[in-house]
Design a protein around this ligand. Sequence first.
Ligand SMILES: Cc1cc2nc3c(=O)[nH]c(=O)nc-3n(C[C@H](O)[C@H](O)[C@H](O)COP(=O)(O)OP(=O)(O)OC[C@H]3O[C@@H](n4cnc5c(N)ncnc54)[C@H](O)[C@@H]3O)c2cc1C
Length: 385
Amino acid sequence: MRFTPQDEEFRADVRAWLAANLSGRFAVLRGAGGPGREHERHAERLAWNQHLAAAGWTCLGWPAEFGGRGATLARQVIFHEEYARAGAPARVAVVGEELLGPTLIAFGTPEQQERFLPPIKQVTELWCQGYSEPGAGSDLASVATRAALDGGEWVITGQKVWTSLAHVADWCFVLARTEPGSRRGAGLSYLLVPMRQSGVTVRPIRQLTGTSEFNEVFFDGARTDAAHVVGEPGDGWRIAKATLAIERGAAMLGLQVGFRRELEDLLEVARHTAAGADPLLRDKLARAWVGLEAVRAYALDTLGGTGGAEASVLKVLWSRWHRNLGELAMEVLGAPSMITRAEPDDEWQRLFLFSRADTIYGGSDEIQRNIIATRALGLPRQDRP
Ligand SMILES: Cc1cc2nc3c(=O)[nH]c(=O)nc-3n(C[C@H](O)[C@H](O)[C@H](O)COP(=O)(O)OP(=O)(O)OC[C@H]3O[C@@H](n4cnc5c(N)ncnc54)[C@H](O)[C@@H]3O)c2cc1C
């Protein structure tokens, strides 16, 4: 990927806007939120996200007719890199903006687009993703949550799990079985369900970090309008897979800027402690630096590619890298890293603990390697047990 002089002007605009606006009441938000820290200053980050929206800095990649800027991938990368570089707080509306919005643009009816896209763009409605269930994670086609039509509404019953940010979401896109007796991908539908109703119970799950950012979600006769199905009823598997495949590469480039900051901070610790003189740790730190260069180069090289194994290779590369960084941080800190606190607020411990999730969410490493084996290496598909 190459950036043109016009792209660099765009970069200067983003940088100037962020410098001018991450001030006053928003100054305290620098560095807040993100994986393992979603509990931090949620209300203030929501206000910041709405401030971004009002200035046209949300949904950059959406086509202009749907309220976006139709920004090229290069400009999306620039935005996310500058955003991370400025230490701007993690956005609270990512699921709607990056997953549901593009899905509705591709598959929604004009009425659905008109109803749901503007509040995503303006950050007045937050979304969560209701796919995983206790019996359906990697094997997502085993979804058992049921939905049936009744008096012009879908009635939904079942349980989802690991639903990130469900406790603050207004809506959930739910994969549910709408054809009784159907199996696997057949007979599923993609429903848009309001969260704030008596048929929905959200129970936070306490994580290793001591905080809660994902939840169990129980649907007990929850209701949504019959028109709130994306694609045809029974065709939800195709839509659900399209959401999973939606390009998240541009945001990943921002993620790796955050990784770089973490590595820089760790190097700063090593420079001032005995770790910096330890030959084995010096070797590991140098490898970490090289590894991150490789992640960025691969991400830039493959951005926008579709259909191959690139997204899986990138996921394995960055998730392993980041998990290893958490382990390396514990080694650099040495014995004090083992002291636990009642509420771990130590950023290195939190990095170590939360990065264990990196190789699980968004498709586990084992599943990514299965995809690489079949798509890139031409090996036969694995037998289903
Ligand atoms: C931080 C976090 C946030 C999440 N947010 C959401 C969310 O917002 N919405 C949502 O719907 N889900 C969410 N998830 C769930 C996530 O998508 C699942 O955890 C993931 O798909 C794995 O499913 P599982 O947990 O059921 O594990 P399982 O599928 O039971 O897997 C258990 C282990 O077996 C391995 N395994 C499974 N099948 C195979 C196979 N065929 N070959 C080799 N190994 C295999 C897996 O790699 C894993 O190591 C989140 C998860 C995490 C950790």
